[in-house]
Design a protein around this ligand. Structure first.
Ligand code: IPE
Ligand code: IPE
Ligand code: MG
Length: 232
């Protein structure tokens, strides 16, 4: 599966709550299993030669959930970053963040900054953790940065907006995957996803495995990306 591997895949990891509900478990148990799936998929993506993997872990809208669930999810992020450092080092995986960092709890901020700093020189796959990420919020923050740089509003271009987003050096996602049978993007990569190939799967996120990622990529390889043009 070498040829036609997408450079950047974004994943909306959905269905943890339903996975737990179906088993009579509490929602947090679903998030724990979701974390295991995320680890499997990071490993599989790294082996497949994907260069950038953006994982939607917590949206700007997810604060609407109970304090217990929010705390649990953010706690898992911390646990993930700590537990996976050896794997990151062995596989040269670089950790990055997308989203509004400033309002995250200080301990989560520290864990994320440490991981970013400790993996900054790794030249393998980049894993972008979208935590307190919202596509609209990212665009609003980009425009604020633009204004603070004293740029003239009437000169603003698409490239300017791209350059003030959270990770301007990362190419737009070739494919966005969503698990758990919902056909929406829920505020994920609004700007960057303008020409992403969308792939929806009914499978709940905690059940995702290497094969599911491979199936998604095989589907991607059949797509005809025209970008509004006409095939020669
Ligand atoms: C996705 O699973 C994980 C996060 C949003 C953090 P959900 O928790 O949304 O699971 P469902 O959609 O309720 O099944
Ligand atoms: C999107 O899932 C956010 C993440 C996967 C982190 P949600 O479960 O929050 O989205 P909605 O509420 O179904 O749109
Ligand atoms: Mg959901």
């Amino acid at each position: 599966m070498e040829k036609g591997i997408p450079a950047h895949i974004g994943i909306i990891m959905d269905g943890n709550g339903r996975w737990a509900q179906q088993r009579g478990l509490v929602r947090t148990q679903g998030h724990l299993e979701g974390l295991k799936a995320a680890k499997r998929i990071v490993k599989a993506a790294s082996v497949l030669g994907i260069k950038y993997l953006t994982l939607y872990a917590f949206s700007t809208e997810n604060w609407k959930r109970t304090a217990e669930e929010v705390g649990f999810i953010l706690g898992l992020v911390k646990q993930y970053l700590r537990a996976e450092f050896d794997f990151s080092r062995q596989n040269k995986i670089r950790v990055r963040h997308a989203g509004d960092f400033s309002v995250l709890p200080p301990d989560i901020q520290k864990e994320i900054s440490d991981s970013i700093a400790n993996t900054a020189d790794f030249d393998g796959m980049q894993v972008i953790l979208a935590i307190n990420y919202g596509g609209r919020d990212e665009i609003v923050r980009a425009l604020k940065k633009f204004a603070l740089a004293n740029q003239e509003a009437d000169k603003i271009s698409e490239n300017d907006i791209s350059s003030y987003l959270d990770n301007p050096d990362i190419p737009d996602p070739d494919m966005i995957i969503r698990s758990a049978g919902e056909y929406r993007t829920s505020n994920f990569l609004l700007w960057e996803g303008a020409y992403s190939e969308l792939y929806f799967s009914d499978k709940l996120w905690p059940d995702w495995d290497k094969e599911d990622l491979e199936t998604a990529i095989l589907d991607f390889q059949k797509r005809d990306r025209r970008y509004g043009g006409v095939k020669a």
